[in-house]
Write a protein that binds this ligand. Structure first.
Ligand code: HEM
Length: 233
């Protein structure tokens, strides 16, 4: 009996996901989770601008140490992020495929994106750039394999060692600008998917998406810029 119920539930979930709306909902929910992480991570990174503690420890290092002392939180977050990233990419690729090939096969008129602005047209390349950026970023600060000055646990030192190289700092700045464009369109699409778009609120939602994207972009870019300028050592 319970097997039949479980099969029925699974069938409903897969049936929902197989629709375009289902994939958009998955993109919106996973995008929201990833956005939450990005916002918290950006705020945490701003600790590079705080003075060292009385014990002589940079606040960023102390924060990372606190997180490492809470394995369930750290690993729980990592698992949720990994699942969210996989589902976000899978749904994005499937929606892109449906728009690009399936619509044509069915003889639809040329596909026109709903919000055909610069950010929406750039989703298709800003997404892969962010993906490769995060891979490089993990090799840089989590595994330390592309950061010759990497010392485990010395987070601020690792950040400064990486961004002292103008090419690396420049790469992070460009990638974070891509991220800001991606977030602008992503937040706006998420609002549309969950039915928040309304002629009265749409201009405000668009403005809020721009503000969030700029705050995230400026917050992340401020770190490599500050290291390059010698403000963070
Ligand atoms: C200039 C901007 C950024 C700086 C300075 C920065 C800094 C760092 C540092 C120092 C770590 C390692 C922390 C530790 O070892 O405890 C880290 C980890 C990480 N960062 Fe960033 N980050 C930046 C932007 C981003 C962006 C834009 C994303 C995502 C789109 C991101 C995703 C991650 C992830 C997934 C981890 C691994 C977290 C974990 O170990 O579980 N970071 N970042």
């Amino acid at each position: 009996m319970s097997t039949i119920t479980a099969n029925g539930e699974l069938g409903r979930v897969t049936g929902f996901y197989s629709s375009v709306v289902g994939k958009k909902v998955v993109m919106a929910v996973t995008g929201f989770i990833l956005f939450g992480f990005i916002l918290v991570h950006m705020l945490a990174n701003l600790q590079v601008f705080l003075p060292v503690t009385a014990a002589g420890v940079p606040p960023l290092d102390a924060y990372a140490e606190h997180l490492r002392a809470l394995p369930p939180l750290l690993w729980g977050t990592r698992v949720v992020l990994l699942v969210a990233v996989i589902l976000h990419i899978l749904a994005a690729v499937q929606l892109w495929w449906l728009n690009k090939f399936e619509a044509r096969k069915r003889g639809y008129v040329k596909y026109e994106p709903i919000a055909s602005n610069y950010a929406s047209r750039t989703m298709i390349w800003s997404g892969p750039i962010i993906f490769f950026y995060v891979i490089y970023h993990l090799l840089d600060f989590t595994f330390g394999v592309v950061n010759p000055g990497y010392v485990p646990g010395h987070v601020l030192r690792n950040v400064v060692a990486s961004f002292q190289h103008p090419v690396v700092a420049g790469f992070y700045i460009v990638a974070n600008i891509c991220l800001a464009f991606h977030l602008y369109h992503g937040i706006w699409s998420m609002c549309q998917t969950v039915g928040l778009s309304h002629p009265r609120y749409t201009p405000w939602l668009k403005r809020a998406s721009v503000v969030f994207a700029i705050v995230i972009g400026v917050g992340f870019c401020s770190v490599p810029i500050a290291v390059l300028a010698g403000l963070v050592r």
